[in-house]
Design a protein around this ligand. Structure first.
Ligand code: SAM
Length: 202
């Protein structure tokens, strides 16, 4: 990977180890259902990592379609190997900040899980996402609650982003609304997360 590509990675967004990720998220399918993903949708898992939530997305959309985008080729390969389902799945390596150049079609739903906290230019990223959503399409940000890191242990160790990177739903709303997306709802994802949903105007 050349240095320019290396620099494009958002800070503090390395894929967590599978042991504690699975302990924290024992039911990824339940998360995807709670976030309102429905059969038949075309969905994008932006910064999909090793596909932990992409596989659940693929299961939920059935004969719909799934795109997984990540800058890390190894992550994409892992995601592709675990993601099965009757629908179409497409894996794209690239920088989320270039999203509208990467995707060949508009989507009904974009999920960004456990990554938004590290994005340096959050409103600019939300604008990119707005460019690839269909009218009425949804953007869901799954974030750690803004609690001190030492208060969010998993398997006996403090986990998640540094305390100062964590955002409240209100802080997320302010930066995403500035991109022209409308607040839809906030879903609790216990024990430590929430999903903040936004809608592209019809
Ligand atoms: C913390 S992991 C989260 C993975 C997955 N969403 C989950 O919740 O299980 C963040 C992922 O974002 C990817 N990433 C970081 N910066 C990126 C960028 N600028 N464009 C695309 N992917 C990026 C990393 O390679 C990593 O796989």
């Amino acid at each position: 990977m050349d240095p320019e590509e290396q620099q494009a990675f958002f800070p503090a967004t390395v894929m967590p180890d599978a042991d504690w990720w699975q302990a924290l998220w024992p039911d990824p399918e339940g998360v995807i259902t709670a976030l309102g993903v429905a059969p038949g949708m075309t969905v994008l898992d932006l910064c999909c990592g090793d596909g932990y939530f992409t596989a659940a997305l693929a299961g939920q959309v059935g004969n719909g379609a799934v795109y997984g985008v990540d800058l890390d080729a190894e992550m994409l390969a892992a995601a592709a190997s675990t993601c099965t389902g009757p629908g179409r799945s497409t894996w794209i390596r690239g920088d989320a900040m270039d999203l509208h150049r990467l995707l060949p079609e508009a989507v009904d739903y974009c999920l960004m899980a456990n990554t938004f906290h590290g994005v340096p230019e959050q409103t600019a990223l939300a604008r990119e996402i707005a460019r690839v959503l269909k009218p009425g399409g949804l953007f869901a940000i799954v974030n750690w609650h803004a609690r001190p890191r030492e208060e969010t242990p998993v398997l006996g160790q403090a986990r998640g982003p540094r305390t100062e990177l964590r955002m409240t739903p209100e802080q997320v709303r302010a930066v995403v609304e500035a991109a022209g997306l409308l607040p839809d709802r906030v879903v609790e994802l216990p024990p430590y997360h929430y999903g903040a949903l936004f809608r592209f105007p019809e």
